[in-house]
Design a protein around this ligand. Structure first.
Ligand code: UT7
Length: 332
């Protein structure tokens, strides 16, 4: 029997309506459009507004689109891997909250916390359940409401992040399409440079932690940049070399959208030309777990059956990884 691969058979996405522009940010903190554009490539990002809305609500909209496109109901899902750094609550898992909201009554699920590498880790994990034959339909969601943990008084972080969600459905394929290979890494030596100081068991929430603004994302940008720029490029190159792929074999490079300069470095290292590098950071900023699936969602119509895609991510932890995927369908 031919090997079972986990193929993406549908994607969905959602970005909230509210657009936070560089100009609006420049009225909130000491920054300007020129600085943000040249240092990051970001022009605007989306923000989820409204009382009582959370990360899972972004996912409901994205996944309802996916299910509609695939022509299946939520009840057909076997497993939901919810990749997020901004869960609705510390517990239970947002996978539970979300599956209840969409009526995925036959699925089990869990949250994947790997910061900006979450979606790549989630796809790699979900693929295992398909490849073993255990499951037929695995939903991998990448969603973050970064505005809930961003300090809008800290100009070095608030300019980067945005809210959004993307999702992909994995199903078995025996014709050689789907997830072919992955290179996944993590190293806790990166903790000091990107983390949230309070709200966990190390430092539970208190008046003092709130006053000290310790429930916001803390980032030493320059240090993170240095690691991201080499590591994301290295894993992308590694997964290509391991599979004897050269730049001309790659239809699309799908990089995590953290900084246009990191994307450019990854493209340069792999030799993939700019016309094949997916970039939407200018419109969404860094949506953490959602960057890569939002790219897949926006470019879906341009993908052809058999296209070689290289996904590459880098995030807090540090975590990083790359995934080689053979696209499984022509979009209608
Ligand atoms: O997605 C997960 C991982 N995260 C990342 O990959 C992010 C990686 N890091 C970065 O993208 C960049 O480091 C940043 C965009 C966060 C910062 O860019 P940078 O080129 O590394 O700037 P910097 O931190 O070295 O700061 C340069 C200068 C500083 O001023 P002085 O000390 O040179 O006078 C900052 O105070 O720019 C200043 N600065 C700003 N100026 C205007 C920092 N933020 C701003 C700002 N507007 N928003």
């Amino acid at each position: 029997m031919s090997k079972i691969h986990a193929a993406i058979t549908a994607v969905g996405g959602y970005a909230p309506d509210y657009i936070l522009t560089n100009d609006e940010l420049s009225r909130m903190v000491d920054t300007n459009d020129e600085w943000i554009t040249t240092r990051t490539g970001i022009k605007e990002r989306r923000i989820q507004k409204g009382e009582g809305l959370a990360t899972s609500d972004l996912a409901v909209l994205a996944v309802n689109e996916l299910l509609r496109k695939r022509g299946i109901s939520a009840e057909e899902l076997d497993l939901i891997i919810f990749c997020t750094t901004t869960p609705d609550m510390p517990f239970p898992a947002t996978a539970n909250v979300f599956s209840h909201k969409i009526g995925a009554i036959n699925a089990w699920g869990f949250d994947m916390q790997a910061a900006c590498s979450g979606f790549v880790f989630g796809l790699a994990t979900g693929a295992q359940f398909i490849e073993t034959g255990k499951h037929k339909k695995v939903l991998v969601v990448g969603a973050d409401k970064m505005s809930s943990i961003v300090d809008y008084e800290d100009r070095s972080t608030c300019i980067i992040f945005g809210d959004g969600c993307g999702a992909a459905l994995l199903e078995p394929n025996t014709d050689g399409y789907g997830v072919i290979d992955t290179v996944l890494k993590s190293d806790g030596a990166g903790i000091p440079f990107l983390h949230m100081k309070a709200g966990g068991s190390l430092k539970p929430a208190s008046h003092e932690t709130v006053e000290a603004r310790e429930h916001y994302a803390y980032q030493e940008g320059k240090a993170v940049f240095k690691f991201a720029v080499t590591n994301m490029a290295d894993v992308a190159a590694e997964v290509m070399e391991r599979n004897s792929l050269v730049a001309d074999d790659i239809a699309w490079l799908v990089p995590h959208q953290a900084n246009k300069r990191i994307i450019d470095a990854t493209a340069a290292r792999t030799g993939v030309t700019a016309d094949k590098v997916i970039v939407n950071i200018d419109r969404y900023g860094n949506t953490t777990n959602a960057t890569i699936p939002l790219c897949l969602w926006e470019w879906e119509k341009q993908f052809k059956k058999g296209d070689n895609l290289i996904l590459a991510a880098f995030g807090g932890g540090f975590t990083w990884g790359s995934l080689y995927l053979k696209w499984a369908y022509d979009s209608k």
